[in-house]
Design a binder for this molecule. Structure first.
Ligand SMILES: C[S@@+](CC[C@H](N)C(=O)[O-])C[C@H]1O[C@@H](n2cnc3c(N)ncnc32)[C@H](O)[C@@H]1O
Length: 323
């Protein structure tokens, strides 16, 4: 007779197999399309002047402020685009990007240069603070005023680990999503990375930082050749909405306000002026008493805003609130 545990695993694995075609997409991500090895000596070199042109273009379009030491890095990251488009020089590729009126090559270029390093429950002090202070306070306040609406935003979400970590944290505090209007917005400038985030499939080594009970509650284990992969369950996937959004845009297209915003390890690439614009837009899109979390290697010092400092890398909109 098949045991309960075995039966559950069989069903889970079947669900995973019967997914919506995401596995093929995942395979694309895990095995880069162009796996041919081209020796670095044959790669097209970027001149100082060309680097200056790209630096300005990238700054204007994404806010990313590449410092002069990043010349080789930029050359490496764009080399594949040059090969794919058969461009013989960086100047030729620059003209191609500038003349592409669809804007698609600009997106492809920004995809190529984005740094997407992330992980589940990264900078765990923030999740401890959410667990011990922010969520208990927020949820009891919402219970009192009868509003069961909770909104949060992972800005610069990369491949989705941060947004799903937020979803897991929130779900362990509320009884059921049925009685709550809960939504997590997750945005990034890179369309490639958003595709991966939306698929929600991760290698075992990225997932096993989480306790076993969290794994079995929120992830499906892959089967057969997908044995080393896990996929987020619909209970998580359904409360996260992934969208492309460029943080340097002058306005953000949201009507409602957020209870807290995570924008971590993103603004580090921007200069103070760009950071100031973003931080002030965050302020306007937060509820009164709402929190902004930034990366621990970032700071708002030198950035003019009305945020109040709470603790390292945590700020609050507290026009009337005493902390
Ligand atoms: C290092 S990852 C940080 C991921 C996650 N927040 C974390 O802390 O683990 C930085 C992300 O910011 C995104 N990014 C860079 N410039 C951006 C912009 N102008 N608008 C939106 N996202 C941007 C990148 O594509 C990348 O995925």
């Amino acid at each position: 007779m098949i045991g309960y545990r075995e039966r559950v695993e069989v069903r889970v694995n079947q669900d995973f197999k019967m997914g919506t075609g995401n596995l093929n997409t995942y395979r694309d991500i895990s095995r880069p399309a162009n796996s041919s090895i081209i020796s670095s000596s044959s790669a097209v070199q970027i001149s100082e002047q060309e680097f200056g042109l790209f630096r300005q273009l990238i700054y204007n379009k994404s806010g990313i402020n590449l410092n002069p030491t990043k010349r080789n890095l930029l050359q490496t990251r764009l080399a594949k685009r040059l090969r794919q488009l058969k461009c013989e020089s960086f100047s030729q590729y620059y003209r191609y990007v500038k003349n592409d009126t669809t804007g698609e090559e600009l997106i492809a270029m920004l995809n190529a240069i984005s740094t997407n390093l992330t992980k589940f429950f990264r900078e765990e002090e923030h999740f401890n603070y959410l667990n011990n202070t922010v969520l208990p306070e927020l949820i009891s306040g919402k219970h009192k005023n009868g509003k069961r609406r909770l909104r949060t935003w992972s800005a610069g979400c990369s491949s989705g680990e941060e947004a799903y970590s937020l979803a897991i944290t929130i779900l362990t505090h509320i009884e059921t999503t049925l009685t709550w209007d809960l939504k997590i917005l997750a945005t990034d400038i890179s369309t490639d990375i958003l595709k991966k985030a939306s698929d929600g499939i991760y290698e075992e080594e990225k997932i096993n930082v989480m306790p076993k009970n969290i794994l079995s509650e929120f992830f499906l284990k892959g089967d057969g050749e997908y044995n080393d992969y896990y996929k987020v369950k619909p209970v998580l996937r359904n409360i996260v909405t992934f969208r492309r959004l460029n943080l340097i845009d002058e306005t953000y297209p949201f009507k409602g306000r957020f209870d807290f915003i995570f924008c971590r390890n993103v603004m580090i690439y921007f200069d103070k002026k760009t950071q100031e614009g973003i931080v002030n837009r965050f302020y306007n899109h937060l509820e009164e008493g709402g929190y902004l979390f930034i990366g621990h290697s970032e700071s708002l010092s030198g950035v003019k805003s009305s945020f109040k400092y709470v603790m390292p890398a945590v700020y609050r909109k507290d026009e009337g609130i005493k902390i």
